[in-house]
Write a protein that binds this ligand. Structure first.
Ligand code: CTP
Ligand code: CA
Length: 221
């Protein structure tokens, strides 16, 4: 049939994607952040939309165009990202690709912190950010399929597998960042589920996205 030919396998489904870093203000001009281009998350949102899903993309600060057919909500901080994610529920599938800052400044300054010339450094107390993935896992509106990402530099599958259990995600896509992937166009990933692990070849982020969306469509069909 037509729908099949067009691979609109996620037609009628709501897919929620987070992408990019979060920025946690220290003062009005400084912030704490993870390194993240947002490219893989945006590619996944694009692939989900191409598969016919209604897609909500909650994006941290990135320099990327909104993919065709995607509803985008821009946020800065982890707490704003959590609020935007909760506002977007319910979702059939949630894919948490964002590189959320684990900590924020406990007391962000209202005015720029000035060097006073004494050579003394200002103290920087941190507070832990909410874990958006773990919060969704416990939510009464838990998505039907909850997918996390984990960028790891060593023991990639073992770390991802432990993370999957700890956060109670259905799947973790383990991203091997031991090479040169940060900000690049290719990715090496392993899809870690309760049943086992599927390792994909190193491929462009758009192809990783398409492969993941195919697998998701199979799962929730
Ligand atoms: N994540 C999240 N909210 C956070 C931190 C992480 O939603 N505050 C999500 C990420 O979007 C990702 C998954 O959790 O889908 C794993 O993130 P990662 O940083 O690898 O996990 P952590 O538990 O923070 O472990 P680590 O100490 O390795 O950073
Ligand atoms: Ca983290």
């Amino acid at each position: 049939d037509f729908a099949g030919e067009m691979h609109r396998d996620l037609y009628g489904k709501h897919v929620l994607v987070t992408a990019g870093p979060t920025h946690e203000p220290i003062d009005p001009v400084r912030y704490i952040a993870n390194r993240s281009s947002g490219k893989q998350g945006f590619a996944i949102a694009a692939a989900a939309a191409a598969a016919g899903a209604r897609v909500t993309l909650v994006a941290g600060p990135v320099n990327l165009e909104t993919p065709q057919g995607v509803d985008r909500v821009d946020v800065e901080s982890a707490r704003e990202m959590l609020a935007a994610v909760e506002a977007a529920l319910p979702a059939d599938v949630a894919i948490m690709v964002a590189a959320v800052a684990d900590w924020r400044a406990a007391d962000a300054a209202d005015q720029k912190i000035k060097k006073d010339g004494s050579g003394e450094v200002p103290p920087l107390a941190l507070a832990e950010n909410p874990d958006i993935l773990a919060t969704l896992a416990k939510s009464p509106q838990r998505p039907g399929l909850l997918v996390g990402f984990a960028a790891e530099t060593e023991n990639v599958v073992a770390h991802a597998s432990a993370k999957r259990e700890r956060k109670d995600a259905d799947w973790i896509v383990a991203n091997d960042v031991s090479g040169d992937v940060m900000g690049g166009d290719a990715n090496t990933v392993h899809i870690v589920t309760k049943a086992g692990t599927t390792s994909l070849e190193t491929m462009p982020k758009a192809r990783v996205a398409a492969a993941l969306i195919d697998r998701i469509a199979d799962e929730i069909a």
